[in-house]
Every structure is written in C-alpha cells, then in structure tokens.
Design a binder for this molecule. Sequence first.
Ligand code: FAD
Length: 441
Amino acid sequence: MEPVALVEHAPFAELKPPFTPMEAQTEASRCLDCGGPYAPAPCSVACPSGIDVPGFIKALRRGESQRAGQIVFSANPLAGTCARVCPTPVLCEGACVLSHVGQRPVAIGRLQRTAADAVANRAAFTAPAGGGGRVAVVGAGPSGLVCASELARLGHQVTIYDENPAPGGLIRYAIAPYRQRVAPLEDEIEPLRQAGVAFRFNTRLTGRSAFLALEAECDAIFLGIGLGADVNPELPGQNLFGVWQALPFIRALKDGHPPLVGRSTVVIGGGNTALDAAREALRLGSDQVTVIYRRDRRSMPAYPYEVSEAEAEGVRFHWLAAPVRFVGDAWLERVECQYQELATGADGRVRPQPVPGALFSIAAENAILAIGQTARAQFTEWVPGLRFEQGRLAVDDNTGQTDNPRYFAAGDAVGGVSVVQAVQSAKRAAQAIHRYLAGED
Ligand SMILES: Cc1cc2nc3c(=O)[nH]c(=O)nc-3n(C[C@H](O)[C@H](O)[C@H](O)COP(=O)(O)OP(=O)(O)OC[C@H]3O[C@@H](n4cnc5c(N)ncnc54)[C@H](O)[C@@H]3O)c2cc1C
C-alpha cells in the first residue's frame, strides 16, 4: 500500500534564536554576579567545561562582547556550539540562584551565544613552534576536536582521522536542526586548522594493521570514537518502508534530504534521541506523533523538561508499552504493541514484563526506532589492552587513559551523553596526554 497524504518538509525554526544586542544587555543585567573568591558562582560550578559564567556576563553587560567571547572560548573551544545545544536547564541555568527566589534563571545559553558569536573564528590561538609529540586523534566529533585543540595549544603535532567527509561527529549528523544545523562549527574548527592540525576525512580506521601503522607514526593515540549504530531489536516487519532507525532518519534530515513522513508516526524509546525524532517528525508534517516507552514516565532517561516541551508541541506518549511487530504491505500501516508492567526481579531490579494478551495497535505510516546506540566493541580486537565495561570503554576517570598506556579516550565512548561532557572529558585527556608525552607518570 502507498503511504497516504505524504506531507512536505516544513522549515525548522531555531528553538533558541539569538538575542539582539539590546536584549542581550538587558538579560545580562539580570545576573546577580554571585560567587566570589571563596565560593564560585553555582552556574560556573554546574558548567562541565568550566566557563567563568558571571565573568562573561559582566563583560556583556559592559558592552565588551569581544572580551566576553574570549572568556567563553578560553574554557571551551566549542563554546558557540554548546551555547546552542547544551541542556542548560539541568546545568548552568538550573543552578542559577534567581530560581531560588521565584524568578526565571538568567538565559545563560543565549547570552553565551551572543558572546561566542562576537568573536566567531577570530578565537584563534598561537601554538608554540616546533617540538612536542605526535598524536593521532581518531574521531572528529566534539571530543576529538577539543582534544586536538588543547594538544595543539600545548605545542603537539596532531592529525585527526574521521570516517565521515566532514568534521563534527554527531553535532553535524545527529543534533536536532532546531538546535543547530552546522554553523558555527566550521568557525570553531578554523583555529585548529590555523594551528596546523591536519585532518584526514573519509578515513575509517579498522583492523589491527591500521592501528599498528598509527602506533609506528605517533607517540600517543586519542580515541574520540563515540558510539556506533542504533541498537537493532530485529522485530518482525522492521524492513517495511516507513520504518526507520533514529540515526539514519536524523542524518537524512541534517544532510538536507528530509524523509517523507505520513500523518501518523510512532517513535519507540524513552531517551533524548526518541524525543528529538518525535519533534522532528512533527516538524516534517506528521500530525499524530506517539512515543511509546516500555517503562513509566518517571523512568524515562530523557530530561524531564524535554518530555514537557515535546508534550507542549503535541507529541503523545504511551508509557508501559513496547512494539511487538510492524504490519503492512510493503509500506507500514500499523505498529502492534503490548502493554507492559514493571516487576521486581530476584536481583532487586525493576524490569518491564509483557502483560499476557494485552495487545493494541497504532495506525502509522512511519515508525522510528530510538532505543540507544551500540558500543564500538570491535576496537578491542584492533587495539591490545582495550576493555569495555557495560558498553563503555574502560578508562581512568582522572586521565582518560585506557589499559593500553599509549591510548586515551573521552566523550560518548567512555560514558558521556552530551557535547559539553565530551568537551570536559577531552580537555582532561589532553592534559593527561601532555603529561604522558613529557614522561610524567
Ligand atoms: C540524536 C542525538 C541528538 C543529540 N542531541 C544533543 C544535544 O542537543 N545536546 C548535546 O549536548 N548533546 C546531544 N547529543 C549527544 C552528543 O551529540 C554527543 O554526546 C557528542 O557528540 C559525543 O561526542 P564524541 O566526540 O564522543 O562522539 P561523536 O560525536 O559520535 O563523534 C565520533 C566520531 O568518530 C568517528 N569514528 C568512530 N570510529 C571511527 C573509526 N574507526 N575511524 C574513523 N572515524 C571513526 C565517527 O564517525 C564520529 O564522527 C545527541 C546525540 C544524539 C544521538
């Protein structure tokens, strides 16, 4: 059956558009400039990348936007990206003291964007000439880019390898376009190019021989490899037209080839990716978007504020339900689901259990599976000493060093879930690589 009434792609307006200069100054003047020499401001403490938040806001208030930009980029080479994509309600803005007195927090994310946009690709740094070690960075996602930036600042020679044709990792290919399409990523990478960091795109490193070659050329290797493909539940009917895995669905959208959607879309999963896919399907023109999740609302891994925002946009939720099969004739017609109940197992863990016979169907032309990403476990076959624990590459938390001392890692591969966490762990790993190259323990 052909899908009914496919709807044309609608534009994706930015969720958090930029402030005008006047708005930025007015918003900056709401900051109480709390914190001091003995107790840093809670917003700065809550920022994983360590930005001096009251410092850059004070500069904006004085009209010194260049200075504000220097402050944010000195702590975070992806400050403009983070300004757009950070989950600020659970980080800096969630910590803002104004919310304790019943006021809305200072819009720190949007102010950071004003500061970052003021300097854009002029945030270059001068790398020390000569010397330094040779470091290979595998992955040009946020963790690889930030590790390379920090190492170049410290005078090391860095080459970044990525299987994709362009840098950015999930920023470029997965983050919802109503948060960030690509800009200002290229501006943020320009200082790395100017500092001599080399990029090798369309280069997928696989197999022991590829890593032997890197080991022969380099003194240390950083793995910013993120996670792999979507988890595949292999349900009956999954190959029908209209059934997507979340990452290819979002990537098609970000690459400028938005998938055609029908009137009804079912999204399976309870994390932030599921909510992004649901909100994207709405914007693409589906007017009935239903998220089904096998546990209850409280157990959803998505940020609660994202669930509320999706609800406000019209996304419906079916908690305690799981898909059983996809039904249709060539094209998806309905998703058959089963109600679940939460039961405590002998080990004390609460798990969803299917309720016998409790089946129901949702008519849909599209389904998007967003139930998580797999680990890139093949790396253990290619690099001796690497080890995965619960799907994450095992590293020393303080240094990012793996059990193979020449290899360091950060970002999603070691357990992060956001760009700013990738920035934080990559900065830490870069400092550790610097010490390792200097022969320190
Ligand atoms: C749908 C979705 C939406 C998201 N939205 C947000 C958001 O709004 N805000 C937010 O803060 N975070 C968001 N995130 C999370 C964020 O994107 C990640 O935490 C972050 O990108 C992790 O960075 P990374 O460098 O560790 O990995 P990645 O961004 O995954 O980059 C890893 C890179 O390594 C490359 N690579 C891997 N293996 C090899 C190899 N063998 N050879 C060569 N290259 C290789 C990959 O192709 C990729 O380019 C989202 C994630 C998803 C999936």
